[in-house]
Structures are given as C-alpha cells and as structure tokens.
Design a protein around this ligand. Structure first.
Ligand code: HPA
Ligand code: ZN
Length: 334
C-alpha cells in the first residue's frame, strides 16, 4: 500500500532491465535481428523470469535480448523515453534510473559515450512529455572486467553533469568491489554520489568493501548485511540506506521466499530501507506491487510503509529544496 500524500519514489531501477518485450520484438523486426522464436507469446519466457532463476547470473541473462536489439542510437533513445513513460504509467513521482552504457552499446559496437548521450536525451524528452521527474545513475558493469569498466567510466564522466551517481553492478561474486577502488577514486573526484550493488550474491564483506573502499552512501540490496551485527550498527549509525528490491531478491535466489526477507531485522536495528523495483520488465512487477507484498507477505505496518516512502525521499540524490518540492507536490492529496 502506498500513501498518496507522500511521493512515490523508485531509487533502484535499471533502465536496461526495463525494456518492454513488445519494443524488443519491434526493434528486432526493424533491425533484422533473428529471435529464437516465431511468435511473440513464445518470446516472453526469454525476457521475463517465470518464477525464479537459480542465481544472479541466470537472472541477469534475461536482460540480454533487450540490449541485443539496440542497433543504433535512436533505439537507445526510444527505450530511455519509454522508461519514463513507464514511470508515469506506474504513478511514480521521482525515479533514479540506472544503466550500463557499455552493456547497451556492445552488441552493435555503438560508441559508449554516444549511448550515454542518447539515454540522457530520451529521459529528458520523457520527463517533459510525461511530467515525471527522473535522474540518471551510470553503472560500471563489473561482469565485463576492469578494463571495460574504466572505459565505461570514461564515457559516463564525459556526461557527468547529467548524472547524479555511479553504481557498480553485475557479477558480485566473480568481480569483488575491492578490484574497483581506483575507479571509484575517480568518481569521488568527479563529485558524483556512489551506490553499489552488494550483499546480494556475496556476503557482508562485500557490503563493507562497498562502503569502506568505494565510499558508497547507499547500498543496492544489501540483503546479507543481516549476517553481521557490526555492519547493521554501522549502516544505522551512518544513515546508509539499503535499496531493497523484494521480488528481485526472490527471483535471483538471494532469498528462498519473500517472507524470509531480512527487512524486519533491518528495521529492528534502525537500518533505513526503501522499496524499489530493480528490473521491472524482467520481473513482471511494478513498484506498487512491492509495497503491496511488503504489507501482505511481510506484514509491515502502515507506519513502517510510510517511513519507507520517506526514507526513499531522504536518500534520493537530489537537493533538500528538491525533496521539499516533491513533498509539497503530494501534500495536497490528504
Ligand atoms: N544485481 C546486479 N546487477 C544487476 C542487477 C542486480 O540485481 N540488476 C541488473 N543488473
Ligand atoms: Zn539492481
């Protein structure tokens, strides 16, 4: 359940994990790209998780068709634009959309910095057309290794004035955060915020690395932080918000059941959490569904859900004045 007198905010939402299946189909036809099936309905299982994947990497493979059909910069701009339309359709007031420009560029050798520019253009166009607010977070996709991440960072920093943060995503187990310390020094120098995927496929040590070595001030998922009481205390004391994505955590095999999610442990220890989608098109969910299961499956109280909506506002990478304006926008809905 969502409180309509408070802004509805999604801080952890992958733009390249939210490419509509019908757009993928359409772009494949347009660009002469062969798909594995002949009929659209048979295509859905290739781009959406049915129940759950066996692990994070199997889950992430479902994002691949979405980027394989991006044959030119107009396609990139289109999917960015449609992402903002999706925010509007989902009743989201403000979102931070994240994307890995190299992942979007690699299938057709698009220039990575031009992909960043095309995403920015599509999001700007969408925000003015649909009257939604969104900012962008650039991702370094660790799956492809250090060299590609440096290239990705260089391409993102060309457009740093149009970004609010940098994230590290992808293969957390195979490519630990400590390998990317040097890249995040450059992020710090560029004056951008840091959020890092951690404690999803790996344990609390990964969250510590994200905080201590990469200087993350928010953590993507952070699920396995519950295994380390000292970490819980550190997160609470230092106001590090966990970007929780319930359905994603189930579908990646991070938790066995939604009801097992450690969100109650986080709240009991004073750790701030917010609710987010992650890869809505791949998961087949939207943000309101996450609030719904938080109430029904996890039994969160109205007060807790209200606090969670406010946590997202406070953790957003925007100014206090922008936060106040978002609050004001909704406060008339009482
Ligand atoms: N974890 C890591 N990388 C990702 C994810 C995720 O949940 N979603 C998209 N890229
Ligand atoms: Zn994510």
């Amino acid at each position: 359940m969502v409180f309509d007198n408070l802004p509805l905010i999604d801080l952890h939402r992958h733009l390249d994990g939210n490419i509509r299946p019908d757009t993928i189909w359409d772009l494949a036809q347009q660009n002469g790209i062969a798909l594995p099936v002949e009929h659209f309905n048979d295509f859905i299982p290739h781009v959406r998780i049915e129940d759950k994947a066996s692990d994070l990497m199997e889950f992430l493979a479902k994002l691949d068709w979405g980027v394989k059909v991006l044959a030119n910069l107009e396609d990139v701009q289109r999917v960015a634009f449609e992402n903002v339309e999706d925010l509007s359709l989902a009743g989201i007031d403000y979102a931070e959309l994240r994307f890995s420009p190299y992942y979007m560029a690699m299938s057709h050798n698009l220039p990575t910095a031009d992909v960043v520019a095309a995403v920015i253009a599509g999001v700007k166009q969408g925000c003015s057309e649909f009257n939604v607010q969104a900012n962008l977070i650039g991702i370094l996709s660790r799956t492809f290794g250090l060299e590609k991440c440096q290239h990705e960072l260089d391409s993102l920093l060309v457009h740093k004035d149009n970004l609010v943060a940098i994230d590290l995503a992808g293969d957390e187990l195979g490519q630990p955060a400590e390998l990317f310390e040097q890249q995040f020094k450059q992020v710090d120098k560029a004056g951008l915020n840091v959020t890092v995927h951690a404690g999803e496929a790996a344990g609390p040590e990964s969250v510590w690395q994200a905080i201590k070595l990469l200087k993350a001030t928010r953590i993507g998922h952070g699920v396995r932080s519950y295994q380390d009481p000292a970490l819980l205390e550190y997160l609470a004391t230092n106001n590090i918000t966990l970007e929780t994505c319930l359905t994603s955590n189930y579908q990646t095999g991070t938790i066995a059941n939604i009801a097992d999610h450690p969100i109650h442990t986080f709240l009991a220890n004073g750790v701030k959490v917010c609710l987010n989608t992650d890869d809505p098109a791949v998961e087949g969910i939207e943000l309101r569904h996450e609030y719904h299961i938080a109430k029904t499956t996890l039994g969160l109280t109205d007060k807790q859900l209200q606090d969670i909506q406010l946590n997202a506002l406070h953790a957003a990478f925007i100014s206090d004045a922008e936060k106040q304006a978002l609050l004001k926008l909704k406060s008339a809905n009482i």
